[in-house]
Design a protein around this ligand. Structure first.
Ligand SMILES: C[S@@+](CC[C@H](N)C(=O)[O-])C[C@H]1O[C@@H](n2cnc3c(N)ncnc32)[C@H](O)[C@@H]1O
Length: 432
């Protein structure tokens, strides 16, 4: 198996079929499980890096190729992109090898006639890679940031308006930085059990750092897939961002409560909430489809939780049977995901202005149904994994204005400023 061809085919499929890159990556690495760890790491790095830096790479290709990137044949376009990524960002691969491999691959895929073109463009870029000229930083800040950090310009302009230039640049840097995996250790473990687990993880060659925000949050580095973390299959830890943990940590959950999570898949917050109940009380975790609730079930099984059930249910539809039943409603709603583009690279290219306008309408529609499930005196937590004010602060203001709730507080976590994903949490208490 030619691993560069594997990468090329993945890039082609992601572009043509709009397949989610992390799902495709998982299935390809599973299928070619016999490859060495080094080969797998190369595939992952080049594919993810090429996607992540696409805007910058296309800008460079457009400066060096007579044929604009948009007009190239998809195979040639993606072959050039992955080669430029290696030339610019991977010191370990000699530039000449990158050019030769690209030419060989073009030949194999019946593009012999373009061998000269590919070789010429790549060798020129390799030769001049330290002198590439970019848009003028002072004259057009948004365009410069867009190319340098590979982020669509309309998003940058929006953030510059919402957060200022400095914070926008800090966020863009953070979105490209390699972040460790964060895990939530099962809170019901005692100190000795926790120490024993951490020791097992360290002995597996994984580097551990305690996260500063929560006693049960840890950052892990140098791991070979989530499933191989000692304790994972036994449900002793769950991969989850700290922002998500904070959402449940500060929800005021008490033993004996009834917690309703209206958009719960894959179940990170709902299972965390179930642990907080310490075996007394109950969580109902809902999501739109059976396919989604199956993901929650998997999580429940793995963690061995008894006091949580799932149900497929459309959160936009009011369910009378739950009227004023919940002590806490978790409304972790569908959103643009702009706070997690560092982890899910497809989001930044797939999001549109129209979607940004429509999402607050969906969020309001769901909230206008689910607030009724909160008991008088109970709590509603509204959260998203975005940094888009129209989906966050504006929706929270609208909610407090229209329904019988006291606004407790809200928190916007920003990448680069906090050691978390970009995330928004607003807390409301229903009037008695
Ligand atoms: C941000 S995710 C939830 C993450 C989850 N709370 C966790 O912590 O693991 C939003 C979820 O909303 C679900 N969703 C979207 N529209 C919905 C609807 N109308 N009713 C119920 N769930 C919906 C999606 O399937 C998705 O799983």
């Amino acid at each position: 198996m030619n691993i560069r061809e594997l990468i090329l085919d993945m890039l082609l499929e992601i572009e043509k079929e709009k397949t989610y890159s992390h799902i495709l990556m998982r299935s390809v690495l599973d299928k070619y499980d016999y490859l060495t760890a080094q080969e797998k790491a190369f595939i992952k790095r080049v594919t993810e890096g090429t996607l992540e830096r696409r805007i910058q790479i296309d800008y460079i290709l457009d400066s060096y190729s007579k044929v604009p990137v948009k007009k190239m044949k998809p195979l040639i376009r993606n072959l050039l992109r992955m080669s430029v990524y290696q030339i610019l960002f991977m010191d370990g691969v000699p530039d000449s090898a990158v050019c030769n491999e690209a030419v060989k691959l073009a030949n194999k895929r019946k593009f012999q006639s373009l061998k000269g073109f590919i070789n010429g463009v790549l060798r020129n870029i390799a030769r001049q890679k330290t002198e590439i000229s970019y848009p003028d930083k002072e004259k057009n800040k948004a365009e410069y940031l867009s190319v340098w950090y590979s982020m669509p310009e309309f998003l940058i302009s929006m953030w510059m308006e919402d957060y200022g230039i400095e914070q926008t640049e800090r966020m863009l840097q953070a979105m490209l930085a390699v972040r460790p995996v964060t895990v939530r250790l099962k809170e019901t473990m005692n100190e000795a059990e926790k120490e024993a687990l951490l020791k097992r993880i360290e002995e597996a060659g994984i580097r551990i750092r305690k996260h500063p925000y929560l006693s049960y949050a840890y950052e892990l580095e140098h791991l070979d897939g989530v499933r191989s973390i000692p304790g994972f299959e036994e449900g002793l830890l769950t991969v989850q961002d700290v922002s998500s943990m904070l959402c449940v940590e500060n929800a005021g959950i008490k033993e004996g409560d009834f917690i309703l999570d209206v958009c719960a898949a894959p179940g990170g917050k709902a299972t965390h909430a179930a642990l907080k109940l310490k075996g007394r009380g109950r969580v109902l975790a809902r999501d739109l489809t059976e396919e989604k609730t199956a993901l929650i079930e998997e999580n429940i099984q793995r963690q061995g939780l008894a006091n949580i059930t799932t149900e497929a249910y459309d959160a936009t539809v009011y369910d009378e049977t739950l009227n004023e039943k919940a002590d806490v409603v978790l409304a972790d709603l569908p959103c643009s995901g702009l706070g997690i583009v560092g982890k899910k690279r497809d989001i930044k290219y797939n999001i549109t202005k129209e979607a940004l306008e429509e999402l607050p309408l969906l969020q309001k529609k769901i909230l206008s149904a689910v607030w009724q499930y909160v008991k008088p005196g109970g709590v509603l937590i509204y959260s998203t994994c975005t940094i888009h004010k129209e989906e966050n602060e504006r929706v929270a203001e609208w909610f407090a204005h229209n329904y019988p709730f006291e606004f407790i507080d809200s928190r916007q976590l920003l990448p680069g400023l906090e050691e978390t994903d970009g995330f928004f949490i607003a807390r409301f208490k229903r009037h008695v």
